[in-house]
Design a protein around this ligand. Structure first.
Ligand code: ATP
Ligand code: MG
Length: 395
């Protein structure tokens, strides 16, 4: 089947009242960016509360569908056959041809219903008549189908406008809201499984994301860093461009290692990560931090540890995976295509300086006391880490 357009049905943005056009415009913009990579000429238009992508000439159908299934805000993508207007007889031929090709006899019994809409009131038949006539014609040509007006399996839409539109397929989109319609936040992106999923989930709610990655050369390699850049690139296929900050964390980590109790290393390190990430979050005017934490997953994510980590931030920290089991997180990472990259075996800066028996119930006062041992050096080290941060535009 050659399709000439996609009708885009949108998710929640349909209910945004007065701001609806802002959401629609953002959606159209994001769809445009996604389709830029795809072979073909696409134009996107808004017509009486609907968004259409129209193709001019040959194009890569699979590529276009794939690109659109990554644009948040889209609920369904309906491939449409467009017929330049003609007589009703011509329409009937085209519709029956469409149904025969789309739903050939397969031995089973399938039901259908014709949904006719008449946008062009000059057309001599009303929508009831159109539906009834087309339904009859389909039954003649495809006797293996039957009509069910209550819960049809095949919902055949025929719209009469300045052209005729025929469609029946709904390809599921990613849902969510268009990125850029809900502010921005800064993702702490590691090379693990969780944080890319966390970034995806927040972006899905329409939030534009920046990212911060902490590495510890020479303890962590260039390849570990490249892995994070690759993960950012994969997330950016959904979220749009990501500004990735790569922070050299080695000296901060060494100082913590030398001066603080070893069972508190991870929690103190996490607190410095949050502080530095928040610095960039504020500098770039974003509204919050995002992490891939989930209650109890590791020692640094017990509820007491989360309290201690959270205490150094003034911006809200969004933890979309907080109630997810690891298996559930893996499922999402597989779906969005980050899993294979996440499991590549490169060292992470957290794993190098870990204690054998980290505290699992840190007490904030005690952690603060341990951090005071860093007083002489830490401000300079944090400043240097910030000043030497490399910024990579990804996506
Ligand atoms: P992930 O799979 O996301 O790496 P994790 O299970 O390894 O998570 P932790 O190492 O405790 O868990 O990290 C918790 C969160 O802290 C991560 O989800 C991420 O948001 C952030 N984080 C951890 N390490 C780094 C890092 N090197 N750079 C940036 N953020 C990090
Ligand atoms: Mg990790």
């Amino acid at each position: 089947m050659t399709y000439h357009a996609f009708l885009i049905k949108y998710a929640e943005i349909g209910i945004k009242g007065k701001n609806r056009h802002l959401f629609e415009d953002a959606l159209i913009r994001n769809m445009g960016s996604a389709l830029k990579e795809v072979e073909g000429t696409f134009s996107i238009s808004k017509e009486s509360g609907r968004i259409y992508v129209t193709m001019d000439g040959p194009y890569d159908y699979e590529g276009a569908v794939e690109a659109l299934t990554r644009v948040f805000g889209i609920a369904y993508i309906c491939p449409v056959v467009i017929m330049k207007s003609g007589s009703f007889e011509e329409l009937k031929d085209r519709v029956t041809g469409y149904v025969k090709e789309m739903y050939p006899e397969d031995g089973g019994r399938r039901t259908f219903k014709v949904f006719a809409r008449r946008g062009d009131k000059r057309f001599p038949m009303n929508s009831m008549e159109i539906a009834r006539e087309l339904g009859g014609a389909i039954l003649d040509v495809c006797p293996y189908l039957s009509v069910d007006v209550h819960s049809p399996k095949i919902r055949l839409n025929v719209e009469i406008r300045h052209q005729f539109y025929i469609y029946s397929e709904n390809i599921t989109g990613p849902g969510g809201m268009p990125v850029g319609t809900n502010g921005s936040a800064t993702l702490l992106l590691s090379g693990g499984i969780d944080s890319p999923v966390a970034g995806y989930m927040i972006a899905k709610r329409g939030v534009k994301i920046d990212a911060v990655y902490f590495h510890a050369p020479p303890y962590t390699s260039e390849r570990a860093k490249q892995k994070v850049v690759d993960l950012a690139k994969l997330v950016s296929r959904y979220s749009g461009p990501i500004r990735l900050h790569v922070v050299n964390f080695t000296d901060v980590q060494m100082a913590i290692y030398e001066k603080c109790p070893h069972d508190e290393l991870t929690i103190i390190m996490r607190r410095y990560m949050m502080r530095i990430a928040e610095y960039f979050a504020k500098k770039n005017g974003t509204f919050g931090l995002i992490t891939g934490e989930s209650i109890g997953q590791v020692a640094s994510q017990t509820i007491q540890s989360l309290v201690c980590t959270n205490a150094v931030c003034t911006l809200p920290v969004f933890r979309p995976l907080i109630g997810f089991d690891k298996q559930e997180i893996i499922k999402v990472s597989e779906k969005i295509g980050t899993y294979e990259t996440s499991i590549l075996p490169f060292e992470d800066c957290c794993t190098i300086f870990v204690a054998k028996h980290p505290v699992t119930k840190p007490i904030q006062k005690q952690i603060e006391k341990s951090e005071r041992k860093l007083d002489d050096v830490i401000d300079d080290l944090v400043k240097t880490a910030i000043d030497t941060t490399e910024v990579i535009e990804v996506g």
